[in-house]
Write a protein that binds this ligand. Structure first.
Ligand SMILES: *Cc1c(COP(=O)(O)O)cnc(C)c1O
Length: 413
């Protein structure tokens, strides 16, 4: 079966072929009726149904008791979600995956399913803005508090945990991002994973920037791996979705919560995401290759103060990246001399590259973290996170590398 196939084959086949993955949605012939030849579409059909009918009462019992595979009601699961989750679990090397309606929905489910009032999360400073807001706003209202370690290293987290315990607080979970934004600092996953295991803490890793092709955090131990599938996994700027993958015993409570509150993915989004996933390996390979080329090209260029890309030997995390990552990713940041004014002029001159506050698209995009993801922070907090006034973040797309370089060249002047 697919477990023995290469990741690229899994992606290319994503959900298709020989009924190898999940539910095909085909119904058996009913007694006394000849089976009509089942259509065999090469692409996955979409099942928008909100509810499924049952042949008889026995079938109701069988499906409810888990004796027979089947679907009941869309919020509880549907064929497009089932196929997608199989593929996502395989990608992360996880026992189980849950597909949610957004990355934030995935993160929210991960926390709410496992923590309760009085519990405390230790997170790395400088998280994705939405996550920061979730932790310090919504979750703190529910009595789940959070403190921040200055870096995603074993040492920084150990110190933060000790400080908490000295205050008599109850740490319950640790949260990091594989690649931080916009510094592209790499999380010290082997040490952090071991620390979480020693302390019996839930370890949550936001793997959005790295993708499962750039890093598979589960190889260092149990964790909940979260993605905003809105980014690289879908890749085509037309889906908002999220994923949580991990051991069954950790994902199970999440599925109960997400179905109870209605945070699961819709059929059309699941279908689009599966289609996007089929080319993830091709897109990501191309994007990574271009990103390294662009980063090397930018480094040392007049007007560019520094370039942050873990694939460059000059990046503070380069050594760690070689140990932890399977690829350096396709996002890089660079700082322009001349601060915000220089950034404005640069952005105004771009032709091919769009100013758009996201990443992982087939199109190359730039964002200005100081005014988007890090807008709500104070100047000091922004600088601590690396969102300097002259800093631009670039998500390298699938275009011809020379076209990207040409646009950057003319825009930098
Ligand atoms: C975009 C993003 C999220 C949030 O995901 P949505 O799909 O927008 O809800 C979370 N974490 C990171 C690192 C992101 O880039």
């Amino acid at each position: 079966m697919m477990a023995e196939e290469g990741l690229e084959t899994v992606l290319a086949r994503a959900g298709l072929g020989g009924g190898a993955v999940g539910h095909t949605g085909r119904t058996e012939a009913e007694p006394g009726r000849a089976a009509s030849p089942a259509p065999e579409p090469l692409s996955e059909p979409i099942f928008p149904a909100s509810v499924y009918r049952f042949a008889d009462m026995t079938r109701v019992d069988e499906v409810w008791d888990g004796l027979r595979e089947g679907f009941v009601y869309r919020r509880l699961g549907h064929p497009n979600q089932a196929v997608l989750e199989e593929v996502l679990a395989r990608l992360e090397g996880a026992e189980e995956a849950l597909a949610c309606s957004s990355g934030m929905g995935a993160l929210y489910s991960a926390v709410i399913a496992h923590l309760r009032s009085g519990d405390h999360i230790v997170a790395q400073a400088g998280l994705y803005g939405g996550t920061q807001t979730l932790l310090t706003g919504e979750l703190s209202r529910l009595g789940i508090t959070c403190s921040f370690a200055p870096a995603a290293t074993g040492e920084a987290f150990e110190e933060a945990l000790r400080a908490l315990e000295a205050e008599g607080r109850r740490p319950r979970a640790m949260l990091v991002e594989t690649l931080a934004n916009p510094s592209l600092a790499v999380a010290e996953l082997p040490a952090l994973s071991a620390l979480a295991a020693r302390r019996g803490l839930l370890f949550i890793v936001d793997n959005t920037f790295a993708t499962p092709l750039g890093c598979r955090p589960l190889k260092w131990g149990p964790a909940l791996v979260v993605h905003s599938a809105t980014k690289f996994l879908n890749g085509h700027s037309d889906v908002t979705a999220g994923v949580v993958a991990g051991p069954k015993e950790l994902v199970g409570p999440l599925r109960r919560l997400a179905t109870a509150v209605g945070l699961t993915i819709a059929p059309f989004d699941a279908w689009l995401l599966l289609r996007g996933l089929r080319t993830l390996h091709l897109r990501f390979e191309r994007q990574q290759r271009s990103a390294l080329e662009v980063a090397s090209w930018l480094e040392g260029r007049r007007g560019v103060k520094r370039v942050l890309y873990p694939g460059l030997p000059s990046h503070p995390s380069h050594g760690l990246a070689l140990r932890v990552l399977d690829g350096f990713g396709a996002v890089l940041s660079f700082e322009l001399e001349g601060g915000e004014e220089a950034v404005r002029a640069f952005v105004a001159r771009l032709k091919l590259i769009s100013l758009a506050p996201s990443l992982g698209e087939t199109a190359t995009t730039v964002t200005y973290p100081a005014r988007t993801s890090h807008r709500s922070l104070s100047l000091e907090e922004r600088e601590a996170a690396g969102a300097y006034p002259g800093l631009v973040r670039l998500s390298v797309g699938t275009e011809d590398t020379d076209d990207i370089l040409e646009d950057l060249d003319q825009a930098l002047g």
